[in-house]
Design a protein around this ligand. Sequence first.
Ligand SMILES: Nc1ncnc2c1ncn2[C@@H]1O[C@H](COP(=O)(O)OP(=O)(O)OP(=O)(O)O)[C@@H](O)[C@H]1O
Ligand SMILES: [Mg+2]
Length: 418
Amino acid sequence: MREVVGGVVLPRVHGREAELARLAAALEVVARGREQVAMLEGPPGAGKTALLSAAVAVGRRLRFSIISCNCLDQHGEAVVQLSECCPPVWHGGHVLSFGQEFFDRLQRQSARLPVLVAMDNLHQIGGRELCVLSSFVSTLRSRPVMWLLARRGAGRSAAQHHLVPAEGPIDLRIPLGPLPENAVVALAEDLLRAPLQPSCRELVARAEGDPALVTALLEGLRADGLIERRDGAVGPVADRLPRRLLEVVEDRLRLLPTQDRHRIAVAAVLGRGFAPGLLAGRLESSPVALLPTLETAVSLNILRSRGGIVEFSSELFWRAARELIPPAALITLGVAGQAEPEPAELPVPHQLTSIEREIVELVSEGLTNQQIGRRLSRSPHTVNYHIRKLFRKLRVESRAALAAWAQVHTGRAPSVFR
Ligand SMILES: Nc1ncnc2c1ncn2[C@@H]1O[C@H](COP(=O)(O)OP(=O)(O)OP(=O)(O)O)[C@@H](O)[C@H]1O
Ligand SMILES: [Mg+2]
């Protein structure tokens, strides 16, 4: 059964079972009367809010009194929004100063019941609020309070320094990395409520464990009407990125300062992976000068570093980042017309997949998508998807040109691949 809060069905978390079990164990320590501090850390979209929500659901089942807060940066001022619901349902919230009012409430509630304070987006608040938070944590050491904090980033953060006073360390630190492959498939099947076609498994694998990308990709494909069901399994009918995914990638890129964003756009033009020296050359800069940009992009899970090469964190992210570059900017970068890297040589027939070979043959015979679909037991949508892909692969723009290509490569038409 799904957890429902305020009429909203909370998403199920996949692949975070071990983390959730550690949090549940910490909640049990609190239920026995000892304060605990847990910190969820990870880049944007790693699933911090999702895990926080799941832990709150566990807390509710253990009869904790819940205080949910979202930290916000409102026009440069840090505020803490209190929600009567559990995150990520923020609409019922009111803003309160992170001071006496909050503390009084916490003291009152923890005198009666164990309390779970779920505080999301801690990275939004600054030194002053962190000091206040730290003093609350120290004062309530002997109270049954579970502090469940979530923040972007990892490791040596300001939050850590403020929250690790002499009184004691953070009890539980939970870094959130990419989801394992089987969890991504489970997430996708959960979202689409059906098993995945092999092509869909391949597609979601290109998000390389980034749950925000998988979610945006599948919700976007569904919203754009680009998901089909065949033989009980679901998959995409077109090889194009949905708008929703582009928006999520754009939002993540917008977390970079403008200059860094431009640099990353140039990097996207160079390819999925690039040597920092090459990027520096393109920017008429030096690799050392680029380091802060690369570090920031890595911390936001835009890039990752692998054996001397820096690459985009996933193929899907790279494709989207490339697609987001305005054509005018490509002209400025001297790469107009190269938005998709093309193979140096056109493929020859045996380099096409078997379904592509069959489709070329049937197109050459003059069949419509519907007729081809019937012959191959595929939907006309799927046939269309393969034909569009063939157009790109063979750099042709019409069915007649496709048939002509078949004839040139085989010397006979129409049964070109027999
Ligand atoms: N383990 C998971 N299982 C299922 N869905 C997940 C999981 N992790 C994340 N998601 C989904 O991925 C999307 C992004 O997750 P979420 O908002 O929790 O990320 P976040 O780390 O809080 O990001 P941000 O730093 O931007 O707040 C959401 O739609 C969420 O429901
Ligand atoms: Mg979040």
